[in-house]
Design a protein around this ligand. Structure first.
Ligand code: SF4
Ligand code: MG
Length: 318
């Protein structure tokens, strides 16, 4: 196991009150695994990513009792300077949301690699150049041409591949990718997802892949966590979750996506609505809601190697 997130809660303390963006989230990530975290915007998935990167800033706060073990060490209890020096980018790197804009248009691509290396204490320019070329090749870019280019000369898909290559520069054990292909057209998405899978196979790097698109999660990952209103609703092997979603929210996500649900006449969006504060957070959007769903919050039930937070699977129901 490379990562264990335990009872992670993150809140934003706003003037008008507290927003619980992530609530008591617990999960493990195995070495070499690609795990997708999926949910609509506001489900807490980006906050979860930021917490692992220790990038939660005021008015956000990681609550007492939260733990994130990376190779057995609780990185939340490390000094921030130690985390930045020893872990960030070198052992846990990331591809941020809308990352294509994170490249500097006045710097050649290769200089981004030098810059990243130097700012993490790696100063051997020749070595960085060699590694950068290898990585650009790995993301199927021409290392010489693209290395010399400026970001504005590249397409969105090429820039995204540069960012992925950069995230690999210091040979991390874990990469967190937040909506890494969301801004791209479908054909480019597919191509880049193939590249990411390939990198995972070749290097064994573990990946947490955050997306709002369940068809992307289905394609890239071996396991899926479905989040809603800051909580885990369902967790299981990708194949099983897609074939037989247990949680009504997961089922809704699958039924609203044409590429998974091949029967177009059955495509059906999830009923609109806000997360409920009382009871099950999904109760005002759920077609299967029962009386109890409005009164109390369901716990997580274990059902055939699956975790599901829904009263339909309680002892007296399933
Ligand atoms: Fe629907 Fe109730 Fe299950 Fe929530 S607990 S998902 S409201 S059936
Ligand atoms: Mg987000």
């Amino acid at each position: 196991m490379i990562l264990r997130v335990e009872n992670l809660s993150v809140s934003y303390y706003m003037e008008y009150g507290k927003i619980e963006a992530v609530k008591n989230v617990t999960f493990d990530l195995e070495k070499g695994e690609i795990l997708s975290i999926i949910g609509e915007s506001g489900s807490g998935k980006s906050t979860l990513a930021k917490a692992i990167l220790r990038a939660i800033r005021y008015p956000g706060k990681i609550e007492e009792g939260s733990k994130i073990f990376f190779n057995g060490t609780d990185i939340l209890s490390m000094k921030e300077s130690d985390f930045k020096r020893e872990i960030l980018w070198k052992r846990i790197s990331y591809v941020p949301q809308s990352s294509q804009n994170s490249l500097n248009n006045t710097m050649r691509v290769i200089d981004h690699f030098y810059d990243t290396a130097v700012s993490h204490g790696v100063n051997d320019k020749e070595e960085v150049k060699r590694t950068a070329k290898e990585l650009l090749k790995m993301v199927r870019l021409d290392p010489d041409r693209v290395g010399k280019a400026y970001p504005f000369q590249l397409s969105g898909g090429m820039k995204q591949r540069v960012i992925i290559a950069l995230s690999l520069l210091l040979n991390p054990e874990l990469i967190i990718m937040d909506e890494a292909v969301s801004s791209l057209d479908v054909a480019t998405q597919r191509y880049i997802l193939e590249i990411i899978k390939d990198i995972n196979k070749k290097t064994g790097v573990s990946i947490i892949f955050i997306t709002h698109d369940i068809s992307i999660a289905a394609f890239i990952s071996s396991r899926i966590i479905v989040m809603y209103a800051g909580e885990i609703m369902e967790e299981g092997k990708t194949e099983e979750v897609i074939k037989n979603p247990l949680h009504p929210y997961t089922a809704g996500l699958i039924n609203s996506v044409p590429s998974i649900n091949s029967n177009v006449s059955q495509i059906k969006p999830i009923k609109e609505g806000y997360a409920s504060i009382e009871g099950c957070p999904f109760n005002n959007r759920c077609e299967k809601a029962m009386e109890i769903c409005k009164l109390s919050e369901p716990p997580i039930y274990n059902v055939n190697n699956r975790k599901v937070r829904c009263f339909l699977y309680g002892d007296n129901k399933a």
